[in-house]
Design a binder for this molecule. Structure first.
Ligand SMILES: [Zn+2]
Ligand SMILES: [Zn+2]
Ligand SMILES: [Zn+2]
Length: 259
């Protein structure tokens, strides 16, 4: 199975540059320091699957010419990961069909609340809304079948809430976490490629900071690790070549191939 993953956005919730900020990263001329909100696009076996619908989804889809969306996996319902949900309408039109979307209990609850007009539409509003089939799954389950693909869902601690990582074959996408429970670490063994949360240098209550991300990498020993959900403290150019072997900052537009 050949898996292609595109990093649509490598940035934290504000994106980088941050509105009003004039720090050296926010004013950097390097495209590697321009970060849209964290999300990814999987292409595998002719299927096209989004991981999260970020606030920047429209821009990301146009940039990468995403022609189809067969399914959407939601990691968790924080605004930066779901606020592009309405953009799915474009693919409803193009594909003339509904789109399945998958989330844990927290995601299902919040999506129904925040997007009541989509999931509990009033008859009069019927016309211009995304047509989505929302499926709840339990990340403790051994697997999650989506488009005939066998994903392994992985529960992460994100503050007091549960975020979900997704593993497909030897690739895992692990964003927004401050701790990975023991059982979940087992599901991340033997990876070729790990995409991993790394917010900043200083510790943070709901995210991995650089030291914690690197500790996790040292424990799991994937062949290759890309750090993502990066804030404006992390200068791509400053850290280039200074991270341990096999570890690098992700960047918008990064294309990863596994298998
Ligand atoms: Zn986030
Ligand atoms: Zn800044
Ligand atoms: Zn979050």
């Amino acid at each position: 199975m050949k898996i292609n993953l595109t990093i649509l956005g490598s940035g934290t919730s504000t994106g980088v540059p941050v509105i009003t900020c004039s720090c050296s990263v926010c004013t950097s001329k390097s495209p590697r320091n321009k970060r849209l909100r964290a999300s990814a696009w999987l292409e595998v076996d002719g299927k096209s699957i989004l991981i999260d619908t970020s606030t920047d989804l429209r821009q990301q889809a146009l940039r990468h010419k995403i022609q189809r969306v067969d399914a959407v996996l939601i990691t968790h319902p924080h605004a930066d990961h779901i606020m592009g949900l309405d953009e799915l309408r474009a693919w409803n039109f193009a594909q003339k069909g509904r789109i399945p979307i998958y989330g844990n209990a927290w995601s299902e609850r919040e999506l129904r609340q925040k997007f009541e007009y989509i999931f509990d539409p009033k008859p009069v509003e019927g016309g211009g809304i995304p047509l989505l089939d929302l499926h709840r799954f339990d990340p403790q389950d051994s697997h999650l079948e989506v488009c005939g693909l066998r994903f392994v869902p992985i529960a992460l601690e994100h503050g007091s809430q549960e975020c979900v990582a997704f593993r497909l074959g030897d690739l895992a996408y692990v964003t927004d976490c401050n701790r990975i429970p023991e059982e979940s670490l087992k599901r991340l063994e033997g990876l070729d490629t790990l995409v991993l949360d790394c917010l900043r240098i200083k510790p943070h209550g709901t995210h991995f900071h650089l030291e914690k991300s690197l500790e996790t990498v040292a424990h799991l020993k994937p062949r290759r690790t890309w750090l993502t959900h990066l804030g404006h403290e992390l200068d791509y150019l400053e850290w280039k070549g200074k991270l341990p072997k096999g570890v690098a900052f992700a960047y918008d537009g990064l294309k990863i191939s596994v298998g």
